[in-house]
Design a protein around this ligand. Structure first.
Ligand code: HEC
Length: 458
């Protein structure tokens, strides 16, 4: 049975997903050696765990993959997409950097082999008795966090109505909505809820940015970037949502701060599905800490530009590389990595150069797909904890050649801009700045765990 799973971070944001990775590792076992691979026993559990959330009636994918017949009909495409690791959408390089994530929906090598062997071996149906039981998906009209938060959200903010045509390119809807609070409030949990049923099908992802008049709170490059562009000061990204994610529950000593006069700047990425969707609205549910309670840590989602404006100069038929550097002015823990580029975007890497000169790749998204905003959320025990003075190195690659299958026109010069045929390169990283004592404690604890792991017999 599929049930929402809960995970919490020691510091900063916990992320709640529908697809509990541990509970869903049904297809993770070794592919069978002697018997033929069958749909019922071998393939269906993988599809249930890793595909059906989107590939089922009423969800976002173009076709449903919930039965033998449905999967068999598109089996060649399925094999191609899983082998190229474009489906499920998880485009992280698996050979370098941190590999443990809270929301990992990727297939293991064994799962890819099982699917490929099944397609190549004649697509046996197998014994229907071995099929996984009926799927249960949570009621999409309800707030999923209400049970754990012991009640409905304290505040619900709606995007403004948007009417999406039946056909056309992807649309980005960016209304700004006032937050009706009269005193500062600390946020304990956040959930984003698209409308049902159509919103669920046409909303690819949602970004909500908290804008409020504050100086220096985003601290590093984000503040400079905003000031440079003359935009309002931002307290960073408030909440990022994409299918498969429900919301964020902060650790009891962390949260986000909302000030009176703040606004939510929405970015809703709509995707036409052949049917008109009039006046669609997305809801943002917010649970507050009790009045007067101040958590120890404030989690901030940073926007780090790798390149903007004239720095992005991508000639026709060329591959380009751009870099930017951010020095951490306090010890910090990075909770996630979310690259953002457009159609020529190919790869983005985040590295750490420690104060002693040591250099380490933290994450490398080497198979970037512009229409997927995958947020890679580090597991608690591996989220990078970095000393003050660490330099983060962001590198972005764009491919404006005909080798890039997403490239609409390799003859065009491409520069910075909003449209998906223009380019961007930035990273969203949720940062929890730490006091030195906490940094020292976490580093000591990790050292101890590592020592215990290496000294115990295998
Ligand atoms: C998070 C949602 C999501 C998950 C999980 C997902 N898909 Fe998809 N899939 C989509 C969407 C949306 C599209 C259409 C847009 C695109 O291709 O990016 C798609 C497209 C596809 C296509 C191409 C269809 C076409 O007409 O081109 C195939 C094949 C596919 N998915 C197979 C799979 C398989 C197999 C899995 C699981 C192993 C899977 N997908 C997991 C959302 C998802």
């Amino acid at each position: 049975m599929l049930r929402p799973t809960w995970s919490r971070l020691m510091l900063g944001a916990g992320v709640v997903g529908l697809a509990g990775a541990a509970a869903l590792r049904g297809g993770d076992r070794e592919p069978p050696r002697h018997e033929a691979v069958t749909y019922s026993r071998d393939v269906a559990p993988i599809v249930r765990a890793k595909c059906e959330e989107c590939h089922r009636p009423g969800s976002i994918a173009p076709m449903s993959l919930t039965s033998y017949d449905e999967v068999r009909k598109v089996a060649r495409q399925v094999k191609a997409k899983v082998q190229s690791r474009t489906m499920p959408p998880w485009h992280m390089d698996k050979t370098v950097g941190i590999q443990s994530f809270k929301n990992d929906r990727s297939l293991t090598d064994a799962e890819i082999k099982t699917i490929s062997d099944w397609v190549d071996g004649g697509m046996a149906a197998g014994d229907p008795k071995e099929l996984p039981g009926p799927a249960t998906w949570p009621d999409p009209t309800k707030w999923q966090l209400a049970r754990d938060m012991k009640g409905e959200p304290d505040l619900v903010i709606k995007s403004k109505p948007y009417s999406l045509g039946a056909r056309g390119q992807d649309k980005w809807w960016r209304p700004v909505v006032d937050v009706p609070i009269t005193e500062p409030r600390w946020v304990r949990a956040i959930e984003v809820k698209p409308s049902f049923p159509m919103g669920r099908r046409v909303v690819h992802h949602v970004l909500t940015t908290l804008e409020q008049p504050e100086q220096g709170i985003t601290g590093l490059a984000a503040t400079a970037a905003h000031a440079e562009h003359g935009g309002p000061m931002s307290a960073g990204l408030f909440m990022e949502w994409a299918l498969g994610k429900v919301g964020e529950v902060f650790n009891p000593d962390a949260g986000k701060l909302m000030l009176p006069g703040s606004k939510i700047r929405w970015e809703v990425h709509y995707y036409a599905v052949g049917q008109e969707v009039p006046n669609d609205e997305v809801e943002l549910g917010i649970w507050f800490y009790p009045k007067g309670f101040t958590p120890k840590y404030r989690t901030i989602l940073n926007f780090w530009n790798v390149a903007a404006g004239s720095e992005l100069d991508i000639p026709p038929g060329q591959k380009t590389m751009t870099q930017n550097f951010v020095v951490l002015r306090a010890p910090a823990r990075l909770e996630n990595f979310q690259p953002h580029m457009h159609m020529r975007g190919k790869a983005m890497m985040m590295e750490a150069v420690y104060p002693d000169g040591r250099r380490e790749v933290l994450s490398h998204v080497n198979n970037f797909q512009w229409n997927w905003h995958v947020n890679y959320i580090y597991s608690d025990n591996v989220a990078p904890v970095l000393p003050k003075g660490t330099t983060l190195v962001f590198t972005a690659w764009h491919d404006n050649t005909s080798q890039n299958p997403n490239n609409p026109d390799p003859e065009q010069w491409v520069g910075w801009g909003d449209r998906t045929v223009d380019e961007m390169a930035h990273a969203w990283v949720d940062v929890t700045y730490l006091e030195q004592a906490d940094y020292d404690r976490i580093v000591a604890e990790r050292k101890k765990t590592r020592a215990a792991a290496t000294s115990s017999p295998p």
